[in-house]
Design a protein around this ligand. Structure first.
Ligand code: DGL
Length: 217
């Protein structure tokens, strides 16, 4: 089966790599929108304008499933995209608020995400639904995807943000932007023994297996 994976940039590559490793029998078509990134400072209307033509192209290219490997897109416009493409299953990567809230002992979690994700209704609904009674710290990660995309990672800056949330008592850190996969190792090392770092790749692969099975039969 042909499966499309979409992100604004290198976050999509990390997800595509994980899917290719777990599901090697499927053909993974990766599309990135380098022309318009970063997405994290765009409006939902702008995002829709960027994404619809790319999904049309992937569907015309026989992708039977599209993995929305971009929290910014999923949290802002997934409903619009599902209305636009009712015949193609869209698997959305979203901030792992629910598992983080279930895991925390300190009742403090940190969510690292783009400004557009943090501002979205969907993300705020997730917090309300699953993290009532949990304090959610949202460190300023507004330039992280840009730094990662342009290979200009300022490790001091990232260490500073992680130190902040650890000092604030967070014992779970959610990587809610697929670009952050590329700094996951550093963050995990910084958080070692103090906080667990969650990222969505394995959960997405599990969800994909269900969707693939439902299409195949
Ligand atoms: N990788 C994207 C996400 O998961 C967005 C990065 C960006 O373009 O700002 O939110």
């Amino acid at each position: 089966m042909k499966i499309g994976v979409f992100d604004s940039g290198v976050g999509g590559l990390s997800v595509a790599n994980a899917i290719r490793a777990a599901l090697p029998m499927h053909e993974i078509i990766l599309r990135e929108d380098m022309a318009n990134l970063p997405y994290g400072n765009k409006t939902p209307e702008q995002l829709l304008g960027f994404v619809v033509p790319i999904f049309e192209e992937m569907i015309a290219n026989d992708c039977q499933i599209i993995v929305v490997a971009c929290n910014t897109v999923s949290t802002n416009i997934i409903k619009d995209l599902r209305e636009h493409f009712p015949d193609t299953p869209l698997i959305a990567i979203e901030p792992m608020v629910k598992p983080a809230a279930a895991l925390t002992q300190s009742k403090i979690i940190a969510v690292c995400a783009t400004p557009a994700t943090l501002a979205s209704k969907r993300y705020n609904d997730l917090k309300q639904e699953f993290a009532a009674g949990v304090t959610v710290l949202e460190p300023d990660c507004s330039d992280w995807s840009y730094m990662i995309e342009h290979k200009q990672v300022d490790e001091q800056k990232i260490a500073g943000r992680i130190a902040e949330v650890l000092a604030g008592g967070a014992d779970v850190i959610v990587l809610a932007c697929t670009h952050y996969h590329w700094i996951e190792e550093e963050i995990t090392a910084l958080a070692a023994g103090r906080a667990e770092v969650l990222q969505p790749e394995q959960a997405i692969i599990a969800r994909m297996q269900g969707v693939i099975a439902s299409i195949a039969f």
